[in-house]
Design a protein around this ligand. Structure first.
Ligand code: FES
Length: 193
């Protein structure tokens, strides 16, 4: 990804936040972000922005962002503002890191992320139909989240389980031979949790 592309992505995220106040998914209610967790994270990982590009600030920022991602499930605008306020690191720099690394997301995701495999072995064994069944059952497309924030849907390259294709993950739990007819029972299992 070129710097221009990264900046554009970051800029789009910023504009998106400005336009919708940071709400995401298919839900309609805007959530008030509780800043208690990020305050505790900042207290435990105090960093100082000396204004010098030593790399130290960025590595501390990564730790803070990783903990924030874990605590919130995403990096809300309010959290980025809190980090900026406390550390002095420009929000554009924070956005830059958040949007560069796949481990971070600026959109609130579902409690469970269903990741179907788009690798060749899984596609040959019916992975396409499985994904269609997931989308139909949840009424959302890839990259979207249900209105109740229970499920998000994603696809990924080979999950390393070709022998039991088609494979899919629900968070970290692997499901093999997840053919079309198994989709409903699998989703039912997580709908009640
Ligand atoms: S191609 Fe799907 S697990 Fe390998």
């Amino acid at each position: 990804m070129s710097n221009n592309q990264k900046n554009l992505k970051s800029e789009n995220i910023c504009n998106s936040y400005k336009n919708n106040g940071g709400s995401s998914g298919t839900g309609t209610e805007q959530e008030v972000v509780d800043l208690k967790a990020i305050k505790e994270i900042l207290d435990e990982n105090v960093i100082t922005n000396t204004g010098k590009d030593t790399g130290k600030e960025n590595s501390s920022l990564m730790v803070i962002l990783q903990k924030a991602q874990e605590a919130y499930g995403y990096i809300p605008r309010e959290v980025i503002n809190a980090i900026n306020k406390r550390t002095g690191i420009a929000t554009s720099n924070i956005y830059g890191i958040v949007t560069f690394y796949d481990q971070f997301t600026t959109e609130k995701r579902g409690k469970y992320t269903i990741k179907t495999c788009s690798g060749t072995a899984c596609q040959v064994k019916g992975g396409k139909k499985s994904l269609a069944a997931v989308k139909k059952r949840l009424g959302i497309d890839v990259g979207e989240t249900t209105a109740d924030y229970q499920f998000s849907v994603e696809t990924a390259g080979c999950l390393g389980a070709c022998a039991i294709a088609p494979a899919m993950l629900v968070n970290k739990q692997l499901f093999g031979r997840s053919v079309e007819k198994r989709i409903d029972p699998i989703i039912n299992e997580f709908s009640e949790k």
